[in-house]
Design a protein around this ligand. Structure first.
Ligand code: UD1
Length: 361
């Protein structure tokens, strides 16, 4: 059997790494395709090193662009790869533009399509990722879900049971494999364990609007009055901070370059609190039992709020400030871990893939 595995952007690499390893261990021929959606060393190369992920067999080098440009470029570049490799399966992960682009191409080229992290829904169609999730799931034979909500969403959409496989979370597999090494890394900038907060912001809805970004940073200033705030800034965010004259530096603010996987995981693991608009970080903080405030109105990962440490605080500055100060004044709380978030998701995926026939081919 032969499988093409696709990764394109920063949050894909840790999801694909354990699946690649498991398939290879079972003697499956694998082709690792990097679409090049993310290309900076800090957004891509550093992750390959930290995760021990082998160099991609193919790099489509698509780079940045509008949604249409980027998605189209991936499709055009991926089609000949599919034609040449003639793999039985194409495995896509997550919800980025590369995920959808390759799923569409693979479907039409007659390969089986497997989607890792299927079924998540924010019900916010203004999010490009929500469009990517729905469309990728629609054309995938196998839907590997990470949490019960994913199963419920797919069933509610009328998806046949034989396509849905609740396997757990491959990002958690990667986290568990690397967390001890990450915890042992020395904290930067003289930070002390549990003595600082971590901020990440990159969603266009939060960072592209000057008033919104200004309000969020104003609220975060209240946290920076209490403890150091480390802000590894996505390239998009850094550009917007400069464009709007909102750059924070000095005092207790530390705006730094995007970090590699291990450094960031260690930073989060030892932090007092995380404030983010990322999807994956809601899951990582749940695993690490670190309080997480999510600066969004919705989440496609509800289990992180139901069981984990995640609180959806929206984007109103007053609410954000009061919730953040409440966390800082409150005690630590233990939370239960979601079902199957225990490090064997990739094993289940490889097992199922090895025995399945594509449903739509
Ligand atoms: C993408 C994903 C998002 C994910 C995020 C993680 C989509 C629709 N969005 O958003 O779901 O949460 O990745 O980071 O797929 N840039 C660089 N260097 C890079 C990559 C990007 O400077 O290596 C800059 C470029 O100016 C680019 C911008 O960042 O235009 C946005 O990159 P893009 O891949 O389009 O989207 P992200 O915002 O990173």
């Amino acid at each position: 059997m032969k499988a093409i595995l696709v990764a394109g952007a920063r949050p894909n690499f840790m999801k694909v790494a354990p699946v690649l390893k498991e398939l290879e261990a079972r003697g499956v021929k694998t082709v690792l395709v990097h679409t090049g959606q993310h290309y900076d060393a800090a957004m891509s190369g550093a992750f390959f090193e930290d995760l021990g992920l082998r160099r991609p067999d193919v790099n489509l080098n698509v780079g940045s662009g509008s949604h249409a440009e980027q998605t189209a470029r991936v499709m055009v570049a991926f089609e000949p790869v599919c034609a040449r490799e003639r793999a039985e399966w194409v495995v896509v992960v997550g919800d980025v533009n590369s995920t959808l682009a390759c799923a569409l191409v693979a479907r039409k080229m007659g390969a089986g399509v497997a989607h890792v992290e299927a079924g998540l829904r924010s019900r916010d169609m203004r999010m490009p990722e929500e469009v990517n999730r729905i469309c990728t799931d629609a054309v995938s034979d196998l839907l590997f879900t990470t949490e019960e909500a994913g199963n419920r969403n797919l069933r509610a959409e009328g998806v046949a049971e034989e396509r849905i496989h609740f396997v757990g979370n491959t990002m958690v597999d990667t986290l568990l494999e690397h967390v001890e090494e990450a915890r042992r890394k020395k904290l930067p900038m003289g930070l002390r364990e549990k003595g600082y907060a971590v901020v990440t912001l990159h969603r266009p809805s939060n960072v592209d609007d000057e008033e919104r970004l200004k309000g969020l940073l104003g609220a975060l200033d209240a946290v920076a009055e209490r403890m150091p705030v480390v802000f590894p800034a996505h390239p998009r965010t850094r550009a917007k901070l400069e464009e709007f004259g909102l750059a924070r530096n000095g005092g207790k603010w530390f705006v730094v370059e995007p970090m590699g996987y291990l450094s960031f995981l260690g930073l989060v693991a030892h932090s007092r609190m995380v404030l983010t608009d990322s999807g994956g970080i809601q899951e990582e903080t749940t695993m690490l039992q670190v309080p997480c405030l999510t600066l969004r109105e919705n989440t496609e990962r509800p289990v992180t709020c139901e069981l984990g440490t995640n609180i959806l605080v929206g984007t109103r500055p007053e609410r954000l400030k009061s919730e953040a100060l409440q966390v800082l004044d409150g005690g630590e709380r233990e939370s239960e871990l979601p079902r199957y978030w225990a490090g064997r998701a990739a094993e289940r995926i490889a097992e199922i893939l090895g025995n399945a026939n594509p449903i739509f081919c």
